[in-house]
Design a protein around this ligand. Structure first.
Ligand code: 5GP
Ligand code: ZN
Length: 122
């Protein structure tokens, strides 16, 4: 698996920085965000270092699809209510103008009883 030495999320994947793990398999890792902005807030990342969504290629479509399909399952496992009354929010920030701060592509999954607001989204 390609990792980048100065990447904080690659260090989490390698166990060099601790995290509160939600899910792991050979291709993806999910862990709680260190600064949650909703009652449930975790990140799903590919183990392969992809700096940003805009750098993903069609070779990455299976892993990106897996991340998307895992989101509802993991959100419910973490306590998100199912169905239309419950739900969750998925966000991918891309680049500075997209609000990205960590340059290892990640999907935010946010859920739980409102009110809560994602900074920058209003
Ligand atoms: P971005 O703004 O790049 O989409 O989001 C990066 C997210 O990573 C932020 O919500 C931030 O709180 C989270 N984060 C940054 N460093 C760490 C860390 O070391 N551990 C964990 N668990 N989350 C982190
Ligand atoms: Zn990385």
């Amino acid at each position: 698996m390609r990792h980048q030495a100065d990447c904080i999320f690659c260090k989490i994947i390698l166990g060099q920085i601790p995290c509160k793990k939600v899910f792991e398999d050979e291709e993806v890792l999910a862990f709680h965000d260190i600064h949650p902005v909703a009652p449930i807030h975790f990140l799903i990342i590919p183990k392969k270092h992809i700096a940003m969504l805009a750098e993903a290629t069609l070779d990455d479509q299976a892993i990106l699809g897996k991340m998307m399909c895992l989101a509802p399952k993991l959100a419910e496992e973490q306590g998100a209510e199912p169905g239309r009354e419950g739900g969750f929010k998925v966000i991918v920030n891309n680049g500075a103008q997209g609000g990205q701060e960590v340059y290892h592509m990640h999907m935010h999954v946010l859920a739980g009883s409102r009110p809560w607001k994602v900074p920058g989204l209003g």
